[in-house]
Design a protein around this ligand. Structure first.
Ligand SMILES: Nc1ncnc2c1ncn2[C@@H]1O[C@H](COP(=O)(O)OP(=O)(O)O)[C@@H](O)[C@H]1O
Ligand SMILES: CC(=O)N[C@@H](CCC(=O)OP(=O)(O)O)C(=O)O
Length: 294
């Protein structure tokens, strides 16, 4: 069986990485979930991988989450965190904290780590330059539509600012917030933001880094991970998925249906998980679940 190259081999020489050559000039959207941001070492290893993509001429876009980090901050402020249908109930007060944590803390930390390697990263939120336009979404609970506040669905993506940054060799780091045409700012699920961006940018690959090795076939049993699914197979599997996996797989489906060649969901808590995923083949250790056209 193929053994993925050890990260130290991947990173022993600085500069372009030959194994990434097929992606040169292509766009790769990486969603880094809050549950995968376990410690500083891991954030550093993630930043190294993204820089490696950039150094190989890959147009890399990072979309970050931060759900657990938002909940921790709300807890510190004594504001209860509440989710309905997998989305955070977002009052105006909660939105302030969401914006503060996403754009002021998580995004800043990623930008700082990426820029330790060179003048690469530029942070922005979906509000900037109308990158993400959103409309209020309601949660469906037991067949009923519930008001969950300032939570949005992405209806439009304007890639103009991202294109300029990518054309100049920058790595955009995008916080999942959206601008409403009604003058509101909306809290957008980070998986949904990443899927919409991957689709609009016609990315080659969407990588979703989370805290499970991929999609478990018999959830909630954690025995067998699916190594690949076509978009049509995924449509059949979607109703069996739970919790946080639903928006991830909906986003992968949206991206692949829009022309993205591969969407992958994998465990981002292993060092250099991103490079391993992009340089290995489906089914290999650490490669996660691949969603393919068809
Ligand atoms: N079929 C499934 N396979 C794997 N994980 C699943 C499945 N269904 C639900 N999950 C849950 O989805 C979680 C990942 O989503 P989430 O907690 O939102 O992470 P993130 O912060 O990375 O977005 C997993 O930890 C797991 O509990
Ligand atoms: C509407 C909604 O739920 N938004 C999310 C945005 C952050 C996110 O999605 O972060 P993860 O990827 O780490 O889960 C939230 O407020 O938690």
């Amino acid at each position: 069986m193929f053994a993925p190259p050890h990260p130290s081999t991947l990173l022993s020489r600085p500069g372009p990485l030959p194994a990434l050559e097929p992606l040169r000039g292509r766009t790769v959207v990486v969603k880094f979930g809050g549950h995968a941001m376990t410690d500083g070492t891991l954030l550093r290893s993630f930043a190294e991988d993204v820089v490696r993509l950039r150094q190989t001429g890959v147009r890399a876009v990072v979309v970050h989450g931060g759900g657990p980090q938002i909940s921790a901050q709300l807890d510190r402020l004594g504001v209860p965190a509440q989710f309905l249908g997998g989305q955070r109930v977002t009052t105006p007060e909660t939105l302030d904290v969401v914006r503060m944590v996403l754009a002021g803390k998580v995004q800043r930390e990623l930008v700082r780590l990426l820029n330790e390697h060179g003048p690469y990263a530029v942070g922005l939120t979906g509000e900037d330059a109308h990158t993400l336009t959103a409309v209020r979404r309601y949660a469906e609970v037991g067949g009923e539509l519930m008001d969950i506040g300032l939570v949005g669905d992405v209806t439009e993506v304007n890639t103009a600012a991202l294109d300029v940054l990518l054309d100049h060799g920058h790595v955009p780091v995008v916080s999942p917030l959206g601008r409403g045409t009604d003058g509101e700012v909306y809290n957008v699920n980070a998986d949904a933001a990443a899927g919409a961006l991957a689709a609009a940018l016609r990315a080659e690959v969407l990588v979703v880094l989370t805290d499970v090795p991929g999609v478990y076939a018999d959830w909630p049993r954690r025995e067998r991970v699916l190594d690949r699914l076509t978009a049509s197979e995924l449509e059949l599997v979607l109703p069996s998925l739970g919790g946080g996996m639903v928006p991830k797989m909906e986003s992968c489906l949206r991206a692949v249906r829009a022309g993205v060649r591969t969407a992958r969901v994998l465990d981002g808590r292993a060092p250099h998980a991103l490079l391993r995923a992009l340089t290995g083949a489906p089914g290999e250790a650490g490669a996660g679940t691949a969603v393919l056209p068809g």
